[in-house]
Design a protein around this ligand. Structure first.
Ligand SMILES: Cc1cc2nc3c(=O)[nH]c(=O)nc-3n(C[C@H](O)[C@H](O)[C@H](O)COP(=O)(O)O)c2cc1C
Length: 341
């Protein structure tokens, strides 16, 4: 299950319905649940008060039954740890916080707001991620995912349009701009030990600019992900809007395919899996079909497949597909966004 923000946690505390919501997918053959983005202990880590926190007694107590029920249903679970940086909320009015945390005090390329993060703010944010990771371990989560995608804080450091720093946290190369994420990964690894899997989510696109790219060539992708793998990332979750989009010219490998080839780490592919009923019936000649997805998997392009919206509409989607009951597969219905069913 791909991480999906639901904005249904008043004051940052997951509601009691969250455990059943995740456990229903777990009970129906989802092997790994990655939770919605859940924020670390910094005043501006969230840009929406209904996003869950991953710190503090009330929120952590509310996460406990989520882990227990997902485990009881036979699945594994990782929290997605998040800091939005200077990203604006996707819906509603944006009230800019005076002290947003971002690499260079930019909310978009050339749109200033606030100050660049100080050395002490950077250290405090890393410490906040470590605090949440340690809490995940204590609560019995199986793995941790860092949200390094979609133009949020880690991605703002990767992205030269928002990271204009000339100190040790910026630079002309993606390896230099990866230092903030790499240092966070190292600090988490030191705190949680070697046997807890650390997943890192990346994307080329940003919510601020769908055409933005961090890596223009395989060599840049290797430098970027190599820095993170060396720091201790075990698996890359490679977010694309469509899993069948080739990442670079001259090959049909997608982002997860390249990430695996270049780092040797396992990867997750994700992006528009199963949004229509034709997904299951079309043959492998259609690049967006189940048959084409399976062919990529058999070629070893990636290890896991992330499913987002299809699992919101139908909690039993994975079980239905696994059982080959293709006549029961329905198109994705956006009405599912309205509740935690
Ligand atoms: C309602 C919704 C909320 C999302 N929230 C997050 C999030 O918190 N963190 C994240 O990394 N991606 C988030 N995403 C992206 C999904 O994880 C996934 O990559 C995307 O929806 C594509 O997969 P799909 O086509 O199977 O839905 C969200 C997507 C949706 C639809």
């Amino acid at each position: 299950m791909a991480p999906m923000t639901r904005s249904m946690s008043p004051d940052g505390v997951p509601p009691s319905a969250a455990a059943g919501y995740y456990a229903r997918r777990a009970a129906a053959d989802v092997g790994l649940v990655i939770t919605e983005g859940t924020v670390v202990d910094r005043p501006t880590a969230a840009n929406d008060p209904n996003v869950p926190k991953f710190y503090g007694y009330d929120a952590l107590t509310a996460w406990r039954p989520v882990v227990e029920q997902v485990h009881a249903a036979g699945s594994m679970i990782a929290p997605q740890l998040w800091h939005v940086g200077s990203a604006q909320p996707s819906k509603g009015e944006w009230t800019a916080h005076s002290s947003l945390e971002s690499p260079s005090g930019l909310v978009r390329p050339d749109e200033p707001h606030g100050e660049p993060m100080s050395e002490s703010a950077i250290a405090d944010v890393i410490a906040a991620f470590v605090g949440s990771a340690a809490a995940a371990r204590r609560l019995g989560f199986d793995a941790i995912q860092l949200h390094g995608a979609h133009g949020f804080l880690f991605d703002q450091f990767f992205w030269p349009a928002l990271n204009r720093r000339t100190d040790g946290w910026g630079g002309a190369t993606v390896a230099e701009r990866s230092r903030f994420a790499a240092e966070t990964v190292r600090a988490i690894r030191a705190a949680v030990g070697e046997d807890m899997a650390l997943l890192f989510r990346i994307s080329q696109f940003k919510t601020q600019d769908y055409n933005a790219r961090i890596a223009h060539t395989p060599a840049e992708l290797e430098a970027w992900l190599g820095a993170l793998a060396d720091a201790g990332v075990d698996l890359f979750d490679c977010s694309q809007r469509r899993f069948w989009d080739p990442e670079f010219e001259g090959s049909d490998l997608n982002l997860a395919g390249w990430a695996k080839k270049l780092t040797g780490r396992p990867t997750i592919t994700v992006g528009s899996v199963g949004l229509t009923a034709e997904f299951v019936t079309a043959d492998a000649g259609r690049p967006d079909s189940l048959a084409a997805l399976l062919r990529r998997h058999e070629r070893g392009e990636f290890d896991l497949v992330g499913v987002g919206r299809a699992l919101l509409s139908d909690p039993t989607w994975a079980k239905t597909i696994r059982g080959g009951r293709f006549d029961q597969v329905r198109d994705y219905d956006p009405a599912a966004l309205g509740s935690l069913h």
